[in-house]
Design a protein around this ligand. Sequence first.
Ligand code: COA
Length: 257
Amino acid sequence: MSEPVLVERRDDRVVATLNRPDKRNAIDQQTIDALHALCAALEAEPRTLIITGSDGVFASGADIAQLRARRAEDARRAINATAFIRLSELPMPVIAAVEGYALGGGAELAYAADIRIAAPTLKIGNPETGLGIIAAAGATWRLPEIVGAARASELLLTGRVLNADDALAWGLISSVHPAHELLTAAHAIADRIARNDPLATQHTKRALRAPRHEHPDIERELQAELFESEEKRRRMTEFLERRTERTPQGEAGRARR
Ligand code: COA
């Protein structure tokens, strides 16, 4: 049987592809197990994660065949929610590159990412109430944070599915790219991240994700640590020395003329 999540490891990033194309990448228990294994690897060795789907689809939701059989105690185990929280708490940024359907649990997986970009074929939303359940894997609290309470209420209470233009206008995704350029665009974002100090990136993510009551203390402590870091000194010294080298004939010379 093929792997439910294909993982490509590079020095500074990992690309994970949901891979159940014949089930439109529906998220079953094996997919969840694979996501936990992926998270364990990225917790041990932090890298940017690009998550995407195979065959023109991100994910059609939780696997309804498994979902139908689940009972109250399964709901209380919060199988998908726990995996998506773990993914969202990875030390380095998570980029969702979303093509085609991102429905139900598939949408919630995308909401758990730090950055979402999409192809024009995007169809994103939460049809859970139509199936007699709620969107319990993060949508009810993440979606209001992303698009605001009014729009989140409309999406979750109606099951409306947004196309790429609407998702962009609502701020649910940050850019749209032709399908054949979507992964390239995700890699370009990962390239930008890779140029920055990894620890400063991780601390920025922690500050972004911290609840309101932890601010501004959390920034103070994270910055205190970075102010002592060798990498900060190196990067700032490099900037200042580059300027000094330029100055005599360069910038200052031009400014005097
Ligand atoms: N769970 C389990 N199986 C799913 C699935 C899901 N969420 N979504 C699709 N599949 C399966 C179908 O049952 C079908 O399996 P089969 O070939 O064994 O019959 C296969 O994937 C292809 O699905 P199909 O509906 O024929 O593809 P499509 O391209 O015409 O439509 C969707 C794609 C995503 C619009 C449609 O499959 C769909 O509505 N899926 C459910 C979406 C949903 O309600 N998600 C929320 C779950 S909480």
